[in-house]
Ligand binder design. Structure first.
Ligand code: ADP
Ligand code: MG
Length: 288
């Protein structure tokens, strides 16, 4: 698989040269492949947000390089504006960045900056709104008339409308209720399936990441602790727990059952998967 975005020896220090110097990234080597749905997990303060802000050039490395399609984004002659169109970043609590008169204009802001024509902008806004489940009736409203969840969706649609090659979401489900969270994760999976572009989901929830992504990068203390499929990562439960991350309860139960000799699949992260696993044990097939 080809890496679309890569970092080499990436380090970042906040407030370098001041008494408040703080090393937020330490020598990070990272790769995300074309078309993959990748998760980045780590507890608060591990460096996730600092890291992803390097991927679209919002922060400049103190040391090391960021390569987009093999090219150093900070090399002489590189156009950082183009990098920001290609690597779309949804910040944590993005709803605070809505500022236009209508939801339509807010979603259209990125495509407009890219210099697209009216027809193309309109088509992209409608498609992006559809991906996040915002109806057409919402588009002419003021963002301030929307519910919290709808505002979040509008802000996410604004990045989707730029049709980035790499789409990064920083804790997109933070503060949503369980139904809102599940619906948004389903939207993200659907977007990835339809566009086949690279999607990077940042979260601190193991349950959330396990049922959404294909590969996980675990961050801890300004670096990458491990990388692997959800199954591989969860097989290192003690190592995860040592850094304050816990494997989903249901996964622990199934790993334990397997170690006790039951002929079951140990890759169980959700209640639905647990039901399937139990039914297959009793020969009952999959649940409806
Ligand atoms: P995460 O997203 O995983 O919670 P962050 O990247 O926000 O982690 O933070 C990594 C480290 O950098 C933390 O120790 C945090 O306190 C520090 N940090 C983050 N933003 C700033 C900033 N603007 N100024 C100084 N230190 C910061
Ligand atoms: Mg963060």
């Amino acid at each position: 698989m080809q890496a679309i975005i890569k970092t080499e020896g990436l380090s970042y220090i906040y407030g370098k040269g001041t008494p408040f110097e703080s090393r937020a990234l330490n020598n990070v080597d990272f790769e995300a492949y074309e078309g993959e749905l990748l998760g980045i997990i780590g507890h608060t303060g591990s460096g996730k947000s600092t890291f992803i802000q390097h991927l679209n050039g919002l922060l400049k490395p103190t040391k090391g390089r960021v390569l987009l399609s093999g090219r150093d984004i900070w090399a002489d002659g590189s156009d950082i504006r183009q990098v920001r169109f290609k690597v779309g970043l949804v910040f944590q609590y993005p709803e605070y960045q809505l500022f236009e008169e209508t939801v339509f204009k807010d979603i259209a802001f990125g495509p407009k900056n890219m210099g697209l024509n009216e027809n193309e902008i309109r088509a992209r806004v409608l498609e992006a709104a559809d991906f996040v489940g915002l109806g057409k009736d919402i588009l002419d409203k003021s963002p301030f008339e929307l519910s919290g969840g709808q505002k979040r969706r509008a802000a996410i649609a604004g990045v989707i409308a730029m049709q980035p090659d790499v789409f990064i979401l920083d804790e997109p489900t933070a503060g949503l209720d369980p139904a809102g969270r599940d619906a948004l994760l389903a939207n993200i999976r659907e977007y990835h399936r339809a566009k086949n572009s690279t999607v990077i989901l940042v979260t601190h929830s193991m349950e959330e990441i396990a049922r959404t992504v294909d590969r996980i990068v675990v961050m801890n203390q300004a670096g990458i602790l491990m990388t692997g499929t959800p199954h591989e990562v969860f097989s290192s439960a003690p190592q995860l727990e040592a850094v304050g991350l816990s494997v989903p309860q249901i996964t622990k139960v199934f790993m334990r059952l397997k170690s006790m000799g039951l002929p079951i699949n140990a890759s169980v992260y959700t209640t639905e998967q647990a039901v399937d696993a139990v039914l297959s044990l009793t020969g009952g097939g999959t649940h409806a």
